[in-house]
Design a protein around this ligand. Structure first.
Ligand code: ATP
Ligand code: MG
Ligand code: MG
Ligand code: MG
Length: 583
């Protein structure tokens, strides 16, 4: 496609209401525009990505033997009365009347419609198992629509529903959907974790898992074990272990992968000279610290984690590779517990906290000396007494609650293996539920089994937030210049830049490459705008197409620049070979 006429309204600055980086970038790069709170238009680039994600979802659904249908968004209220959810769903459910005063709702989910469909159309065990899915716009009047596509009031969801004749059948339908979800999120380039979750409002008798894309902006907390594959959302984990144990200690662990990035940041920060030296470690337990704030230990821990995320606490690490002390320090004076307000934090960190008023709590230093078991290289550990600023939990380190080594009790560690637990922030990008007979009972969805007896169908339901994935991916894949789309869902694969539209050599070569790339089946966006090169390159970085080919001054010699967006690696190569390199 040609950029000249394509609607890609890029912006220098992000609108001030956009808090999340993904929201800012999707607006700035011209992928979406807001129509009302939580309601968006997808511009050509945004729609292309939405379609790419949908295509991956469709492929994996087909592979799992699931059939696509399309149900209406407008649903008669009677069905919701039948299921009993009309009253209990609350204000998220958008209700309205037609011209004859008949009651309707806009579907926030489709259990009612699909159960009624299958009840009417499927009567025999011979037709089971049956799994159906759709990709459809959902409506939820969220209390707090925010972060762009992450929490919309109108959004695109893939929802699937399975009908089985036995509980073993449900297990296998569930498993196959779970596996498909893993493939979908991996193909979209997401760093995600499947976690055990609570059944919540949709309810049901069986298990449920959420798929969490790890990101600091995420509204959920993921607890995972460092020693086995146990992972759960915080509510579920607390269900396992009861109230947080008073003897818990909080531990901070660096993320080895992020180490280099952190060190770079740390060096930049050190240059700015804002940083003090280590303070004396505070060895109080969570219990003691919580007491001094008047909070219950469990709420204290939650608040702590929340504040750490919001305020980018400083992490202090002393040590060489045999780590002997690890400290978490709030950017405030860490030696004292003081009542801090947002202004004080902002004054010290130089960054907005996002808090309007006093928050009533500062973060103490917490130290755990029982680190013998920890082998991971810690953030900044290659520099003695190194202070890092703007370190982000999750990306740069994780907070880990572990049993007090002096007084270990059951329940504060992994419920499966007793190992240490790690906390991350997560965005729920999908969820799978074993519903059992909850809806088939209410809506009377039965089948005749092989002995001719009537049985209730056993159901599962499976959702993926397709539009939410766009934002989750951008949260995980961006740099200071803009978005870094994973190849599989990039709006285009190649951005072909014609540096000067007035240079006939450049125009000729760029047009020729454009033609060749299209013939080769490569999705290519040709920047044929009459703009300054700087504008073109800035826009190109912002939009985030994986490969950039620049036809500039060396066009006359048959040379072009080939650059990967993600690595910024750039080479000059012959125009004759560039198409082959891309394909
Ligand atoms: P959340 O906990 O974020 O409110 P949910 O648990 O209510 O989500 P589900 O009913 O499980 O959502 O819906 C399936 C999927 O739809 C979710 O996993 C999520 O990816 C997506 N989703 C839910 N609500 C929204 C929303 N308001 N905007 C965008 N996507 C959403
Ligand atoms: Mg919700
Ligand atoms: Mg949820
Ligand atoms: Mg959910």
């Amino acid at each position: 496609m040609r950029q000249e006429k394509l609607l890609i309204p890029t912006l220098r600055e992000a609108p001030s209401e956009a808090e999340a980086i993904s929201h800012q970038l999707l607006l700035r790069a011209g992928f979406i525009r807001q129509v009302a709170a939580g309601i968006y238009t997808y511009l050509p680039l945004g729609l292309r990505v939405l379609r790419k994600v949908s295509a991956i979802v469709r492929e994996e659904m087909e592979l799992a033997g699931v059939q696509e249908i399309l149900m209406p968004a407008m649903q008669p209220a009677e069905l919701w009365h039948e299921s009993g959810r009309y009253e209990v769903y609350g204000q998220e459910l958008i209700r309205f009347q037609d011209r004859h005063q008949r009651e309707f709702v806009l579907g926030p989910t489709h259990e009612e419609v699909i159960t009624a469909l299958v009840r009417n159309e499927v009567n025999s065990y011979r037709k089971l198992p049956l799994t159906l899915y759709q990709i459809q716009t959902k409506f939820r009047d969220e209390r707090r629509p925010r972060f762009g596509l992450l929490r919309g009031r109108e959004f695109l969801m893939k929802d699937a529903y399975s009908f089985d004749s036995s509980w073993e059948g449900l297990d296998s339908s569930y498993r196959s959907m779970y596996d498909a979800y893993c493939r979908i999120f991996a193909r979209c380039g997401l760093n995600y974790r499947p976690v055990e979750a609570d059944a919540g409002a949709i309810g049901g008798e069986g298990g449920t898992h959420e798929f969490m894309a790890l990101a600091d902006i995420g509204e959920d907390t993921v607890v995972s074990c460092m020693s086995c594959d146990y992972a759960a959302n915080l509510e579920k984990a607390e269900g396992h272990s009861g109230e947080a144990d008073p003897s818990l200690l909080l531990q901070v662990e660096g993320n080895a992968e992020a180490g280099s990035a952190v060190n770079k940041q740390g060096q930049a920060a050190a240059g700015a000279g804002h940083y003090d030296r280590l303070h004396t470690p505070d060895t109080r337990t969570i219990q003691e610290l919580a007491q001094s704030t008047g909070m219950a230990a469990s709420s204290f821990v939650k608040t702590l984690i929340y504040l750490c995320d919001e305020n980018y606490i400083a992490v202090l690490v002393r040590g060489d590779h045999e780590v002997n002390e690890i400290k978490v320090k709030h950017a405030l004076d860490a030696e004292n517990l003081v009542l801090a307000d947002a202004a004080a934090i902002e004054a010290i960190t130089g960054a907005p906290t996002g808090f309007a008023g006093p928050i009533g709590l500062s973060i103490p230093i917490l130290v755990d000396r029982s680190v013998a078991a920890m082998k991971t290289v810690i953030v900044g550990a290659n520099e003695q007494d190194y202070h890092l600023r703007n370190v982000q939990p999750g990306r740069d380190f994780s907070l880990r609650i572990m049993g007090d080594y002096r007084n270990a009790t059951e329940g504060d560690c992994c419920p499966r293996c007793g190992g240490g637990l790690v906390f991350h922030r997560g965005i729920e990008v999908g969820q799978v539920f074993k519903l059992g007979t909850k809806y088939s009972e209410k809506l009377d969805a039965k089948f005749l089994d092989s002995t001719g007896r009537e049985q209730l169908m056993i159901m599962g339901c499976y959702g993926i937030g397709i539009s939410r994935i766009l934002s989750a991916v951008v949260e995980q894949h961006h740099d200071s210049g803009g978005i870094l789309w994973p190849n599989a869902i990039a709006p285009f694969y190649v951005h072909l830049i014609m540096v000067s539209v007035k240079d006939t050599e450049q125009v000729r070569l760029a047009e020729e490459l454009y033609r060749q790339l299209k013939v080769a089946g490569v999705e290519v966006l040709l920047d044929d705008r009459d703009e300054r090169p700087g504008v073109k390159f800035k826009d190109s970085d912002l939009i985030g197409i994986p490969i950039r080919i620049t036809v500039g001054r060396q066009a006359a010699e048959g040379l072009v620049e080939y650059r990967e967006r993600r690595t910024a690696e750039q080479i000059v190569i012959s125009a004759d070979t560039v198409v082959a390199k891309v394909t």
